[in-house]
Write a protein that binds this ligand. Sequence first.
Ligand SMILES: Nc1nc2c(ncn2[C@@H]2O[C@H](COP(=O)(O)OP(=O)(O)OP(=O)(O)O)[C@@H](O)[C@H]2O)c(=O)[nH]1
Length: 546
Amino acid sequence: MNFLRLGLWLSLLILSGPIQANQGIRVLLPSAEAHFRFAGVYAAYKLGWYQKAHLQVELIHQADVHPVQEVVAARVDFSFMDTRLLWYRLHNKPVVALASIFQRSPYILLGLQHAEKDLALRLQQGHSLPLATDLYPLELALILRQANLLQTLRLEKLQATYQPLSTPGWQALISQQTQVISAWISDAPYRLLQHDAQAQIWQPPALDTPLYADTLFTSERFLQRSPQAVQAFREVTLQGWRYAVANPEQVIDWLLQDAPFLVQRSREHLRYEAQHLIPLMQLGWHEVGETQAKYWAQIAREYQSLGWIQDKNLQALQGFVFSQQTDVEQQIWVRLRPWIFASALGGFLLLLLLLYVLQANYRLRCEMRRRRDVEEALRQQAQSDSLTGIYNRGFFLERCRHQLQAWREQAPKDRLGVLVMVDLDHFKAINDQYGHPVGDEVIKKVAHQLQHALQPPELVGRLGGEEFGLLLSVKNLDEAVRWLHAQQYQLKTDPLQLEGQSITISFSAGMVAVQAQSLANLLKSADDALYQAKRHGRDRVEIFSG
Ligand SMILES: Nc1nc2c(ncn2[C@@H]2O[C@H](COP(=O)(O)OP(=O)(O)OP(=O)(O)O)[C@@H](O)[C@H]2O)c(=O)[nH]1
């Protein structure tokens, strides 16, 4: 057994749990023709083997009901039937063959001595053939075919000849109501013997392959619902048959003592039954209860050759024969199917939920990103000058205050803070000469140049109009002056080029060294120095001298 099989079996065990204690099982024993045919069931029943297998078996003996109808209608769970079982299966009755007790058929035609001619004559003349069956058993058709009677008789005719007997067939025969009857080999010949009547027996032709008779069967529905019970019932019944074959006398004792359904059966009669039925099991050639799909297929072909079934009926052969493993696997699949579908559905819903959550999450992230962007834009707006993009006056002063506090708390080593105010020279003239938009470009150029020349924690901001504030971090004031001169020089050597015109820019700057003064004082001092620079002719840098 491979791991997959083992897994499936374990799954079945887990899913189905232990067999329910004393599962109720109803078994229909339908025959009036023979009693020893139920020897296996009866032995297992009497020996308490069904109980041991947790099966609470109820044996129902009723000869006037139809086994297939009873099983399909779920009035009983198991019953027995001859080869007609396949005919019903091929005509949409969902029955499953579990085990064939007899490998050869007990059906015979029985006639009084010299009845052969009468038989042919009666059938050809359209006289009835009294058969206690609603569907002509295949075996009888085979007997008639062998006797060359089927060539002249069509099925319809055979069915037309069907005439249920009011008295048992053997009685009808002895009283010469009829010349020929159908019978079981284990019953009517014994009755005739008892009445010293000479009988002629026609048996089905000896075929190479089994002609299954008395097949234990159940319904597909019951098999699906209780696969373990089916399997257990089958096993125990076949075990009962092994016992019955080995101990027929014991079983006969039980049948005589206890069987509630026994009617007019003597020990001798039951022995006769056992002697004629056990050989039909063909032990030594076949296992007890052996039933094979390929031989059923052959029986189906016989039906076909008789014109009793169409090609389309043959599809129903699939799944007719119970095979322990495949059926158990099918049952596992049947049991697993709702779980698999539920899991798939659950998985699908989970996937939908996951997609929904992912989508909601994505939307949330987008929304958060959008808000962050808006906030950032608002922050930028609040902090920066709309024309140049550098800090606006308010934010520049706030950052200056912050930086001055930091320097106050921890004075930078060998560094000097310097506050500078820069104002473009004669800017009004530029506006006047080139227009306001060009003036804007000039302001932007200066702002960007100054910004790119700085290193953190140095700051630049536009204080208003064409005026800028700077907070430098230098070694000393000379370095600050040199840095400003360099900026002035760069503006002169790299003038703004617009519409073919070169616009030279200069600025004046005033600065003050940061010590302990307040920001307001520093601004005032730098502004004073700037004023000095303007007064001294512009394009200059002045240091506040106090
Ligand atoms: N294009 C432009 N002009 C501005 C802006 N803000 C202020 N101005 C102009 O800048 C000019 C400043 O002129 P003033 O304060 O007289 O100074 P000035 O012409 O630079 O002369 P000095 O500073 O004395 O050298 C004014 O004409 C303002 O209109 C601006 O954002 N864009």
